[in-house]
Design a protein around this ligand. Structure first.
Ligand code: NOJ
Ligand code: MG
Length: 593
């Protein structure tokens, strides 16, 4: 009651204001709590990234892989470098690409061209110095380009100071004693030594190499000059954490984790692998030296480090795992640990299932076989596999790029594929690739796909002004006089211009979610629909051997307008019941609904 005896309207007394105030404060607090909780859940399941109001950057962009040796040489020594990359950053804006991934540029004796790191926190002089790297980050940021770097935790170079300390460690009291995986092996009746088991390296025979200083064998999943670190040792984990923080502090936006399935081997080193477990990259037979469950705890640990950076500035950090030869269950576990495992199965499509439309449909279904919150990704080339033109023929390159850029999820493009570059034909030349050398098989050589980027039709295709040659020469078979950035820029229907248009188109909301509709089956032409309500697109790609007609009305749409084609025509109305596609032709139709 008020002083005058009248009823005070609700809440005009001091006491009441107090209650309302408390209610408001409580309400705001509750909203804040719920928001934080939702944000928390989202970052656990989705890694959508701290405060970003929309999808994180890595869900929206194409990732473009740069092999630094081969992209652009700035100092004329015939090997690409960081200054070279800086001078070409404009190209990514031009391409509509928002993120680059740099293969290793760290100090290295280059036995595996940088995947043998001797110092994780230095730039190899061949590529420049730390100021160059800082400038690269600064320049990339100013152009809105995210930078992902390669992170090679499984092994170091045998020239790493850590390895030296480990070989010379006297006993267990030395923190470096167990930094690598040492085993004294067995002594034969004649006094000679043998490795403890039959484990094989990816690149050559036994995975064990005798070290005369330590008087023990060390394990190496790859070259004998790439000893594996021992992830059962907390010191190793701590040192590697520091490496991650070092690069995160420098402002990198993500890491591509090299060779992660090899991070652990079983602890009991006297158990042999099953018969049939082989050397080589692509096998899945390894029971004891690949895909061990301990991996995921370590990935989570690294994710947690990245999360602290996300939390500090609200921008996602991307963790991309190089997962060659993993079973489906492991793939799920990489997601659960907060990384995105590369889905590589489109790369071997030709050899595995003939690269027919049915084959691609199967692979894509598999790639999309994910659960809520797991973001898809597709990749069609890299520095370990033949270029698309060499695997699939020149005729299919544009359709392959069209497929890559219209599939759901994050696509990764290997440099030069946007031009339809062919790999260099180095037959007759002594291979540079250590894999070809140690396996004594030129067929294993990865030199071809590492050929220099073709910028124009001048000396060394504009890659370098060296007059004494480039680390891998530009070969006549690449037709670099015609297949290069400068020529293709000025050609309306070039691979390059198609790529740019695709990259622009995929920025539409219609291509930015994980929705895709397929028919039950396909015959010679791969077809699928992408889009959102009111803005849908049919993509049709002929990977067959001849021209084919198709009827795609069974997808429920009858008409549409051509928006992009591997041929130059567009804007014409298309009758979806009768589409004729040439071999290697692909198109995208905006559907009438
Ligand atoms: C995978 C890399 O992609 C490959 O190029 C390298 O040789 C091995 N890891 C060893 O580091
Ligand atoms: Mg290992």
């Amino acid at each position: 009651m008020g002083k005058d005896g009248k009823e005070t309207p609700f809440c005009q007394s001091n006491k009441c204001s107090c209650v309302v105030f408390l209610l408001i404060v409580g309400g705001v607090a509750a909203v804040v709590c719920v928001t934080l909780l939702v944000k928390d859940l989202r970052s656990i399941y989705d890694h959508d990234g701290g405060g970003e109001s929309e999808a994180p950057w890595w869900k929206k962009t194409i990732i473009y892989q740069i092999y630094p040796r081969s992209f652009q040489d700035s100092d004329g020594d015939g090997v690409g470098d960081l200054q070279g990359i800086i001078s070409r950053l404009w190209y990514f804006n031009y391409l509509n690409v928002g993120a680059i991934w740099l293969s290793p540029f760290f100090t290295s004796p280059m036995k595996d061209f940088g995947y043998d790191v001797s110092n994780y926190t230095e730039v190899d002089p061949l590529f420049g110095d730390m100021d160059d790297f800082d400038n690269l980050i600064k320049e990339a940021k100013s152009k809105g380009i995210k930078v992902i770097i390669d992170f090679v935790p499984n092994h170091t170079s045998n020239e790493s100071s850590w390895f030296d300390l480990s070989r010379h460690a006297a006993d267990e009291s030395d923190p470096y004693w167990n930094f690598y995986i040492w085993n004294e092996g067995t002594t034969n009746p004649d006094g000679s030594r043998s490795p403890p088991d039959n484990w094989k390296s990816v690149f050559e025979g036994s995975a064990w190499e005798w070290d005369d200083v330590r008087k023990a064998y060390y394990y190496h999943a790859f070259l004998s000059s790439q000893p594996d670190l021992n992830y059962r040792n907390e010191h190793v984990l701590e040192k590697i954490d520091e490496v991650i923080r070092f690069w995160m502090d420098k402002g990198v936006d993500g890491l591509r984790i090299d060779a992660i399935p090899h991070l652990f081997e079983i602890a009991n080193q006297s158990i042999d692998e099953p018969a049939g477990a082989s050397n080589g990259f692509d096998e899945n037979l390894h029971k004891y030296i690949k895909n061990q469950p301990e991996i995921f705890k370590v990935v989570k640990r690294w994710r947690a480090i990245l999360d602290t950076y996300e939390a500090a500035d609200g921008t996602s950090r991307f963790l991309l795992a190089e997962t060659v030869g993993i079973p489906h269950e492991a793939r799920m576990n990489y997601y659960k640990a907060g990384s995105v495992p590369f889905f590589f199965n489109l790369i071997p499509a030709k050899e595995k299932c003939g690269a027919t439309a049915t084959c691609f449909l199967e692979i894509i279904r598999d790639g999309m076989n994910l659960t809520e919150g797991q973001w898809p990704n597709f990749v069609i080339g890299n520095h370990d596999n033949k270029r698309i033109a060499d695997r699939m023929g020149d005729v299919n390159v544009d359709a392959m790029n069209m497929m890559l850029l219209t599939l759901p999820g994050t696509p990764t493009t290997y440099y030069g594929e946007e031009l339809g570059m062919r790999g260099g034909d180095y037959t007759g030349m002594t291979p540079k690739d250590p894999y070809a050398i140690t396996s004594n098989n030129a067929e294993n050589s990865r030199d071809s796909e590492r050929n220099p980027m073709q910028w124009n039709d001048t000396l060394n295709a504009g890659f370098s002004n060296s007059t004494t040659g480039t680390w891998l020469p530009i070969q006549p078979n690449t037709d670099y006089m015609h297949i290069n950035v400068e020529v293709e820029r000025n050609l309306d229907n070039s691979s390059l211009n198609l790529y740019r248009k695709l990259a622009e188109l995929r920025q539409k909301e219609a291509f930015q979610n994980a929705n895709i509709e397929f028919p039950e089956s396909v015959s010679d032409v791969l077809v699928y629909v992408r889009g959102v309500e009111g803005d849908r697109y049919a993509v049709a790609l002929n990977f067959g051997e001849a021209k084919h007609g198709i009827d795609i009305t069974k997808l429920g749409y009858t008409k549409g307008t051509l928006v992009l084609s591997t041929k130059s025509e567009k804007d014409k109305t298309i009758d979806l019941s009768n589409i004729q596609l040439d071999k290697g032709e692909g198109f995208i139709v905006h559907l009438d609904e």
